[in-house]
Design a protein around this ligand. Sequence first.
Ligand code: FBP
Ligand code: MG
Ligand code: MG
Length: 335
Amino acid sequence: MTRTSLSRFLIEQTRSHQTPAELRFLIEVVARACKMINHQVSKGALGGVLGSMGTENVQGEVQKKLDVLSNEILLEANEWGGHLAGMASEEMDNAYQIPGKYPKGSYLLVFDPLDGSSNIDVNVSVGTIFSVLRCPDRNGEEGDLGEEAFLQAGTEQVAAGYAIYGPQTMLVLTLGNGVKGFTLDSEMGSFILTHDNIRVPETTAEFAINMSNQRHWEAPVKRYVDELLQGQEGPLEKDYNMRWVAAMVADVHRILTRGGIFMYPRDAREPEKPGKLRLMYEANPMSFIIEQAGGVSTNGHQRIMDIQPESLHERVAVFLGSKDEVERITGYHSK
Ligand SMILES: O=P(O)(O)OC[C@H]1O[C@](O)(COP(=O)(O)O)[C@@H](O)[C@@H]1O
Ligand SMILES: [Mg+2]
Ligand SMILES: [Mg+2]
């Protein structure tokens, strides 16, 4: 059986003029960093990587040792590539400019270095989410690459992907022409194409939401979940199953594999925030992947990828997955 590695796949993309060489190189470097993170994650207690750092990130969340380590791995791997102008991460207060005169590379990389970090210490799947944007053209002007350069709608993404560190380590990638899944062959040290054309089934009987927040939800979400729970006897006339891994990567990966709807609505716990998940690091890359796989992604009111970000660490409500279900709950928001 001939196997297509991620490198081979990317080379073919460049040969057929679908992916610029610089972007190919950037994805290769990110994939290499994900392999290194995978290695650290898999060491667990043996590597002394479990537990908290005792610090907080810009969003006031306690940082795990692996949050910080994964962030450092991604920064270091990408710092000298020449293809990037800057990076932004869930774990850094401000955007990071590649040292040297601006502009340098053509792209910007944004990432959630370790998603689902509450799962680390209990040995459940975690992941890395990333998104690639073009660096705005500044006509050769020098100076700091400010936060504004990153504030681009999700529709501007040129690539997005995630790595999932689970029973198998996989890299799922879109370059804007469908979604491919690569499984890490750890003996060879390479990602091998195993899922050629990932598609989200249009209908589903599975949902994912943190039910413990039910009393804080807004009316449309309460109504929809109540209908799901009524099963056969309710208006949707079928029984639904529920799953919640508490790592967006793992929940989205399941939806890409067998359909479903993922929801993290805004709620009354922190009414001033539009949701928990981060627009730039989580919602936009996952929305790009889901849409490229034939699914739908909204914040209940509009397509997530159409939202114009106003700040780097902006949050957003998320409803994504199988078309019929996402359209139903989005419709409930307008009633
Ligand atoms: O614990 P909760 O509130 O259910 O939240 C789970 C959500 O939080 C997140 O873990 C946030 O990600 P981080 O671990 O990167 O902060 C999502 O992956 C997941 O969907
Ligand atoms: Mg996350
Ligand atoms: Mg994270």
